[in-house]
Write a protein that binds this ligand. Structure first.
Ligand code: ZN
Length: 193
């Protein structure tokens, strides 16, 4: 019975995910129609922020869907999301050679509070993403990202080893500097319970 409930939850989540693009597309359309404004970003029909990262996956949240929280980023957060995808996530994905699973990207203030995120979380500014490996371990992906930072292939604000054990994190967090939170680059942190 519990298993059945879990499967039902999964199906509902998928349904929510499939329903998501409609309001999102409407918003994007408005942006496209508004080319003379100072929006700065005009999206193609693919809604991609970079080659392999879509707008939908960067704002998706099962919690937001569940509690009907509007998680639409403002223009500044959107610009940050695009920079995050182009300058960090895409280069990592290219080097890794496999998809990386984004578990949390943009989190508006309401959603961030709901999931118990840090008060001044970079996620609230579209400047951070949590992600996991789809091939090999999260530790191997962490090592790859560390190597890219060392080789100056990418520049981040923070790379965080999030929970798990000393041999494997539950997920990785990476962020870019942005106007609300400028600090020293390439801080590497390890967070445990
Ligand atoms: Zn995070």
């Amino acid at each position: 019975m519990i298993l059945f409930e879990k499967i039902k939850d999964k199906i509902n989540n998928l349904k929510n995910k499939n329903n998501l693009p409609n309001p999102v597309n409407d918003k994007l359309l408005k942006r496209e129609q508004n080319k003379n404004s100072d929006e700065g970003i005009v999206y193609g029909s693919s809604n991609n922020l970079s080659k392999n990262f879509s707008y939908s996956e960067m704002i998706y949240s099962a919690t937001a869907n569940k509690y009907k929280i509007d998680n639409t980023p403002d223009n500044e957060s959107l610009a940050n999301l695009k920079k995050l995808c182009e300058t960090i996530l895409q280069p990592i994905r290219d080097k890794y050679g496999y998809p990386i699973k984004i578990t949390s990207g943009y989190r508006g203030p309401k959603l961030n509070q709901k999931v118990g995120g840090a008060k001044n979380s970079d996620h609230m500014f579209g400047a951070a993403a949590d992600f996991k490996a789809t091939h090999g371990t999260n530790k191997e992906l962490f090592d790859l990202v560390m190597k890219m930072i060392k080789n100056k292939e990418i520049k981040c604000r923070q790379l965080i080893w999030e929970y798990g054990t000393k041999s494997n994190p539950n997920w990785l967090h990476i962020s870019i500097n942005h106007s609300k939170n400028k600090q020293k680059n390439n801080q590497v942190l390890y967070i445990f319970d």
